[in-house]
Design a protein around this ligand. Structure first.
Ligand SMILES: Nc1ncnc2c1ncn2[C@@H]1O[C@H](COP(=O)(O)OP(=O)(O)OP(=O)(O)O)[C@@H](O)[C@H]1O
Ligand SMILES: [Mg+2]
Length: 361
């Protein structure tokens, strides 16, 4: 992998993280008062990167970070929390195992080696335990731990708890969150309709977190950073920002290509870089597109073209589709999470996919 200052494909570390001064301050204020936060945005805006960089700076707190992106069961969820707990501290394995063993009643902790990095760490052994036992052990442990130091517990891709149907994870969490002291929860996610329904009026988590939408990085912040590595003007950055529609990943990917190709930055070379990104994804996107029904394909093109008013007579006529047909196709696309909704407007949350859809005739 070529060394690049533009981390579009992995989480930017401290050296490559920029902007977000106000956001870091906001997060700081939330945890200072042991409040909880729901941090949401479109895809790839930088939620995970912001929170990881934030946690990395918090020396007076014990920080846990769990990513529940791929949980398929309630047991997976409990296990991810326990994994996050096991990894809260780096250092001498023996004392970590000893410490965790003293905190946990039933879960056993054992050393493990990462086959990729060959680094040692510890992991929870939960095979024989029931879900309730794991949860009890986790919340018991953090209650004890939070007496030593205040804690921050970040749960990434939080909307995934809505996919677990056999227990009400949100109601369960409510009980624990309500009675916590000295613990802040940071919930992160991007699937807006799922997330907002989890925190909506009368839902168990209603009112338990301050809502905060992560906005795109400011073009001036991107410019200040990019000009350290590239001969680039503010106008170029504005142009890249416009094509990327503010999506951090797409913007960084474009800058990365300009950087490694060592090209003179102009509108033309920017366009070429964007084409290269779309071209590299073409096969995958095409395959994805081919799994859709014809009506869903039309619906997707409509959402790609029109920011609002997709059910207007004009649009329906132009695409020769009936309102009801379009409605069910839109619902199907929402379920597949290819599109999302804000107010009454629909959009394609992945900017590269959106540009690709727009490029279809
Ligand atoms: N402030 C920043 N400084 C430098 N790079 C950033 C910053 N924010 C995000 N990035 C980069 O942009 C990419 C996308 O960021 P990240 O994965 O954090 O977004 P996300 O909102 O969590 O996305 P998703 O919705 O897919 O979970 C990453 O590769 C990351 O390194
Ligand atoms: Mg993320």
């Amino acid at each position: 992998m070529i060394d690049t200052p533009f981390k579009y494909d992995s989480i930017a570390d401290r050296e490559h993280f920029f902007g977000r001064t106000e956001e870091l301050e906001h997060l700081g204020n939330i945890v200072k008062h042991a409040n909880n936060l729901l941090l949401y945005s479109k895809r790839r805006m930088g939620k995970t990167t912001l929170v990881e960089n934030f946690l990395d700076r918090q020396k007076e707190y014990i920080c846990l970070y769990a990513d529940i992106f791929d949980i398929a069961s309630k047991e997976d969820f409990a296990q991810e929390l326990l994994k996050a707990l096991s990894n809260y501290e780096k250092g001498d394995l023996k004392s970590i195992v000893k410490k965790l063993t003293s905190l946990l009643k039933r879960v056993r902790i054992e050393p493990t080696i990462d086959p990729n990095t060959l680094e040692y760490s510890v992991k929870p052994v939960v095979a024989t335990l029931r879900f309730e036992e794991m949860m009890e052990d986790f919340f018991g442990a953090i209650e004890k731990l939070s007496k030593e130091k205040p804690m921050i517990i970040a749960i990434d891709e939080f909307q995934q708890i809505a996919t677990i149907k056999d227990v009400k994870l949100d109601a369960m969490l409510r009980k624990h969150i309500q009675h916590r002291k000295r613990i802040s929860y940071l919930f992160l996610g991007s699937k807006r309709h799922l997330l907002t329904s989890l925190f909506s009026y009368k839902a168990p988590l209603y009112d338990l977190a301050v809502h905060f939408e992560l906005k795109p990085l400011k073009p001036t912040a991107i410019y200040d950073y990019a000009r350290r590595y590239l001969d680039i003007t503010k106008e170029d950055i504005d142009y890249i920002y416009e094509i990327g529609d503010g999506e951090t990943k797409m913007i960084l990917h474009t800058l990365h290509l300009l950087y490694i190709q060592n090209k003179h930055v102009t509108k033309e070379t920017i366009d070429e870089a964007v084409q290269e990104i779309l071209h590299a994804k073409d096969a995958t996107l095409r395959m994805l597109f081919d799994t859709l029904s014809n009506n869903q394909k039309i619906a997707l093109k409509i959402v790609g073209k029109h920011k609002s008013g997709i059910f207007s007579t004009e649009v329906l006529n132009a695409f020769r589709i009936k309102k009801q047909t379009l409605k069910s196709a839109i619902d199907a696309l929402m379920k597949k999470e290819l599109i999302d909704k804000e107010g009454s407007d629909y959009f394609i949350p992945d900017r590269a996919f959106e540009l690709w859809v727009k490029s279809l005739d």
